[in-house]
Write a protein that binds this ligand. Sequence first.
Ligand code: T46
Length: 134
Amino acid sequence: MSLVETIEFDVLGDLRGGLISLEQEKNIPFIIKRVYYIFDTKVGVVRGFHAHKKLRQMAICVKGSCTIKMDDGVSVKHVTLSSPSRGLLINPMQWHEMYDFSTDCVLMVLADDFYDESDYVRRYEDFVELVKGK
Ligand code: T46
């Protein structure tokens, strides 16, 4: 599984403007059980600082921009999302931190399961131990 997997969505625009359709198991490679979005993030704030044990997610910056640091315990990459037509897959056991939010940023996230705090690994030391034990 590659650390950075992005998907370009077709823009079904016409003279009136753009439109993007997201469909589970079509251009989104999982069943969508939950959608949340992050907005009004204050300047300089960094969010995330966790990995998920099982959850699969797709992050799309539907407005503005932000950067996501992705870390699988072996390598680290930084991905800037600045287009509603680009999605970043956040797979299980990928530590992620979101930063450099523009003031107008709306980061929408599609998830393949309901919210479950027990799926979070929130201590980096625990994440490293889990990666080592794989
Ligand atoms: C992730 C990144 C990309 C809920 O009650 N339900 C939800 O569906 C979510 C996502 C969060 N919450 C609660 C849990 C916390 O009390 O909302 C509060 C803020 O969540 P958190 O501090 O985890 O937010 P971020 O921005 O650090 O992380 C979020 C997601 O939680 C996480 O799954 O992968 O965005």
